[in-house]
Write a protein that binds this ligand. Structure first.
Ligand code: IVH
Length: 676
């Protein structure tokens, strides 16, 4: 037993170390596959000896269901805020005020750090083990979100994390309470909002709200699938010895294994500190997270403590805020785009305005529910925001600037492109144009078809040209494009034309699964398309399929089945299939795909993918298949892994129940990385 305990502890330490190299240092020293082998070993040992599982075990990052609301935690010391300055002069004035309070003649320096716009977290360690994590709350009492924070991979579950160097880490105090910011990167924020919008779901107003929402999930299994990360910058309480200066404190935290910013600098002169802080105004786009300024801190911690607090702000530090990446302007009109699936997405036509150095004329309005909730009206002065490279969005109206002439924005009752009555789908905020042939979305349909059928050399611009010229009114028309027709279009010379005609012709022989996917039937992605192709063997048989037969296919559930029946019962779609057949589209039956990819790091393993991920599911499925894995659409006893993205839903619950291994995208990448 003692041996097993020792082995378990070794494994935990190794895995925590490699997780640290990966998530904090960004510098892994073993392959993802090796990492996964360690995890699997640990999981097996723990399954055999559940009584030996410790709270710092990396397997405990997966999370579970919190009882009810979050319990309250009293912070060991007030979690203070920061006073703001908007220019260098205000920082100098701050120092002029407080330097009088410092002992005369004492030499001081300043540490400058980024001010991360995330969610403040207070992390408690007992004898080096992470035991509790809380939100800031009102600064005195916060909420206990320990299970959620445990899922944050950059957060050390046990310190010191051995960093592989020969340098000895500092001694770990029995009690250590560390403060930091939990956040999501701008790239992840943008990605999440895109997916939320495409799925007709609520979007997050900014990265901080997104991070807060994710961390305050009651089900920490959901948090576990979210890309939350962390930077730490202060010690709230300890019974150990601390460095005497802020700059060294950052190094101390880093040496213990906490993630710490690497752009902090120390200066002897305040002007140099201000200049450094200012230099980040132009460089802020380089930061992967939203920073709303730089914090200038008196480096000497004893002096900081002596200077005390005004209200909720410590006197010894100040935030120099970046100029806002927001502006107000007039909302001139609301335009509507039709997505490929028919989502009608409103966008703002704006009086051009400079937002943080970029002129903005269009911004997203997300969806009509959002417009109503924020009460945005045409003619309003509106606040336009941009963070990082995120698409600009309208945050809300300036109600005080109303003249009474503003016009309310009603969601359209019919599609602005084809007059078809719009539809709302249960539990979605988006409205749809149900007309498959809506001219508003023909370009997307054709674009999707061209991509799915691998028609080489046919980019968005050409798609636009053939539609605008009237040559293509549905996807089947692609196959009647003649050389002479194309030659009349702008930019078409002999060679380009011949290549395109050849590429289109070549696509006629694509496998049936590709064709089924290319049709753009709602909910039918690449995985379902393959299952359908394998089952029916031809389009004409698919057209005749009844719901019961469809649902009997592994990987086709009621939603997909209903969507297919809806599609195939539309006479226009039946005509389209006939037209494709006459055009000579003769898809091969899908045989032998399973055999082809049988070898590879994932061979013999069955995967299900759920939730929205950062890549289209079909791409992820294709990657898994190319590594020898099998992908199905529903979780069963035969499923080895569930790959989860945003909003995983019932598949996750079912998989948990069956003891299926849950992977997030990063874990999948590691698993795949037998190659990496
Ligand atoms: S120091 C005594 N440093 O900004 C410690 N705060 O607007 C006072 N923040 O709620 C805070 N990055 O959570 C400090 N490098 C940083 C920070 C930082 C972000 C947050 C902090 C606070 C908010 C104040």
């Amino acid at each position: 037993m003692a041996d097993i305990d020792k082995r378990l502890r070794q494994l935990c330490e190794q895995i925590n170390y490699h997780a640290y190299r990966y998530h904090v240092l960004d510098d892994p020293v073993i392959s993802d596959a090796e990492y996964d082998r360690l995890i699997i070993q640990l999981q097996q040992l723990e399954a055999e000896h559940p009584e030996l599982i410790t709270p710092d075990s990396p397997t405990q990052r997966v999370g579970g269901l919190a009882s009810d609301k979050f319990p309250k935690v009293r912070h060991p010391a007030p979690i203070l805020s920061l006073a703001n300055a908007f220019d260098g002069d205000a920082v100098r004035a701050w120092w002029a005020r407080i330097s009088k309070l410092a002992p005369a003649g004492r030499k001081v320096s300043f540490t400058v750090e980024p001010k991360i716009d995330g969610l403040t977290v207070v992390l408690h360690y007992r004898d080096g083990v992470f035991v509790q994590g809380a939100t800031r709350g009102d600064g005195i009492i916060g909420e206990d979100i320990t299970p959620n924070l445990r899922t944050v991979k950059a957060l050390p579950l046990r310190i010191p994390v051995h960093d592989g160097s020969r340098r000895k880490p500092p001694a770990v105090p029995a009690r250590l309470v560390v403060r930091g910011e939990a956040y999501i990167t701008l790239a992840n924020f943008e990605e999440i909002n895109k997916r939320q919008q495409a799925a007709g779901a609520r979007t997050f107003a900014n990265p901080r709200n997104a991070a807060a929402g994710m961390l305050r999930q009651l089900d920490s299994r959901v948090t576990a699938t979210r890309p939350i990360t962390l930077l730490t910058y202060a010690v709230v309480d300890t019974d150990g010895l601390l460095p005497r200066a802020q700059f060294e404190l950052l190094e101390y935290l880093r040496a213990l294994g906490f993630p710490v910013t690497d752009i902090a600098r120390r200066f002897d002169a305040l002007d140099a500190a201000i200049a450094y802080a200012d230099s980040w105004v132009d460089k802020r786009a380089r930061l992967p997270y939203e920073a709303d300024g730089m914090v200038i801190k008196l480096d000497e911690l004893d002096l900081q403590a002596q200077l005390g607090v005004v209200g909720k702000d410590p006197r010894g530090a100040i935030a120099l805020k970046f100029p806002a990446r927001e502006a107000t302007t007039q909302l001139l009109d609301v335009g509507i785009n039709v997505g490929r699936t028919g989502v009608l997405a409103p966008n703002a036509v704006l009086e051009p305005v400079n937002v943080g150095g970029v002129t903005i004329e269009r911004a997203t309005l997300h969806n009509f529910d959002d417009i109503a909730r924020k009460d945005i009206r045409i003619g309003d002065r509106v606040i336009v925001k941009r963070s990082g490279d995120v698409i600009p969005y309208v945050a809300g109206p300036v109600i005080g600037a109303r003249t009474g002439k503003e016009k309310k924005i009603a969601p359209p009752k019919t599609c602005p492109f084809c007059d078809t009555p719009v539809e709302r789908r249960a539990a979605e905020v988006a409205i749809y144009c149900p007309n498959r042939d809506c001219p508003g979305r023909l370009d997307r349909q054709v674009g999707h078809f061209v991509g799915a059928m691998d028609i080489e050399g046919m980019g968005a611009k050409i798609v636009q040209q053939v539609i605008e010229s009237g040559l293509v009114r549905d996807v089947a028309d692609l196959y009647s494009l003649k050389r002479d027709d194309l030659l009349q279009l702008e930019g078409f010379a002999d060679k380009k034309t011949d290549n395109l005609v050849a590429a289109i012709a070549a696509s006629k022989g694509r496998p049936l699964s590709q064709l089924i996917y290319a049709l753009g039937i709602r909910h039918v992605g690449g995985v379902a398309a393959e299952a359908l192709a394998a089952h029916f063997g031809s389009l004409s048989r698919l057209l005749k399929a009844r719901p019961e037969e469809l649902e009997s296919i592994e990987g086709v559930g009621p939603t997909i089945a209903a969507s297919i029946v809806e599609w195939t019962s539309n006479p226009r779609n039946r005509d389209l299939v006939e037209k494709l057949r006459r055009a000579g589209i003769n898809p091969r039956e899908n045989v032998g795909t399973a055999a082809k990819a049988a070898s590879g790091p994932l061979s013999g393993k069955t995967f299900v993918i759920t939730g929205s991920l950062t890549q289209p599911r079909d791409e992820i499925a294709a990657t898994i298949k190319s590594a020898g894995g099998k992908v199905t659409d529903s979780v069963s006893k035969k499923t080895d892994y569930l790959v989860v993205g945003e909003s995983p839903g019932s598949k996750l619950t079912k998989a948990e129940g069956l003891g299926v291994t849950i992977l997030d995208e990063a874990a999948l990448k590691r698993l795949l990385a037998g190659k990496r």
